[in-house]
Design a protein around this ligand. Structure first.
Ligand code: APR
Length: 250
């Protein structure tokens, strides 16, 4: 019986604060610094430095992606450990019109090409925002399904990469969580390990959270800050035990 473990993490928070090798920017074709997640990434990395690097890499087509360095982007772990993001994948999702202009496949391509790039660069972990669901107007529920399906299918064929879905909004967190739980269509078993990490909490919440972590046999949060961002994080492990699934030949 074939067993493949797919490592996917779901977090609510800011993508610039994730401890991963590379993060994905929801970019435009010209790779100009913009608003939304793009604005947050350019700001954190150093707007002028990153723009100077990305301008010559563009324009790129919708659905494709390019890698840049992370310039000055550094994030801090829960225990205050400094962690350098190594790269930024600039992926261009489609502007949603009516669903009849190849939007689904173009969004899937943006995710797939980002994963391919991360792998080519030898990165072990990648964090995605909800590409196209802001300024580009893609319906969020459909986008979450496409994101999850594309990532899961890629990881089943190319295991080894850890993928972090970063939902900025709680609605997107719920949609992604639902989509993750619904990926049972291949007859696989999805185990939510229930591990918790970053939170957006005040002191009182931290105490009750530490108790929850303690009850679950996990370490209490080390970060004493009271206003740091990020909310729940759940870790998913997908274990394939059904040999009749479409990827059983892998
Ligand atoms: N971390 C993670 N996600 C974020 C952050 C952040 N700091 N800020 C915003 N988001 C989320 C939004 O909530 C949304 O779900 O990113 C998602 C994508 O929204 P946009 O940033 O608007 O991206 P998109 O819809 O793909 O539009 C791309 O917007 O900023 C411009 O240059 C960009 O032209 C491009 C276009």
């Amino acid at each position: 019986m074939k067993q493949i473990t797919v490592n996917i993490k779901l977090v609510q928070g800011d993508i610039t604060e994730q401890n991963v090798d590379c993060i994905v920017n929801a970019a435009n074709k010209e790779l100009r610094g913009g608003k939304g997640v793009c604005g947050a990434i350019y700001k954190a990395a150093g707007r002028d430095e990153l723009q100077a690097e990305t301008t010559p890499l563009g324009p790129i087509s919708t659905g494709s992606a390019v890698m840049s360095s992370a310039q000055n982007l550094t994030t801090y772990g829960l225990v205050g450990d400094k962690h350098g993001i190594k790269g930024i994948v600039h992926a261009v999702g489609p502007i949603y019109q009516d669903g009849l202009h190849g939007e689904v496949e173009l969004l899937a391509s943006a995710y797939r090409n980002s994963l391919i790039l991360a792998r080519q660069y030898g990165y072990k972990s990648i964090a995605f925002p909800c590409i196209s669901t802001g300024v580009y107007g893609f319906p969020a529920a459909l986008a979450a399904k496409i994101a999850v399906t594309t990532v899961v299918e890629y990881l089943l064929q190319n295991p080894g990469l850890t993928v972090v879905f970063v939902a900025f909004e709680s609605d997107d967190f719920i949609l992604l969580e639902t989509a993750l739980h619904n990926t049972k269509q291949y007859g696989q078993l999805f185990v939510d390990t229930g591990k918790l990490s970053a939170f957006n909490i005040d002191c009182e919440q931290k105490q009750s959270l530490d108790k929850m972590l303690d009850d679950a046999g996990l370490q209490p949060l080390q970060n004493q800050q009271t206003d740091f961002r990020g909310v729940f994080s759940a870790e998913f492990k997908k274990v394939i035990t059904d040999i009749s699934d479409p990827f059983s030949e892998i």
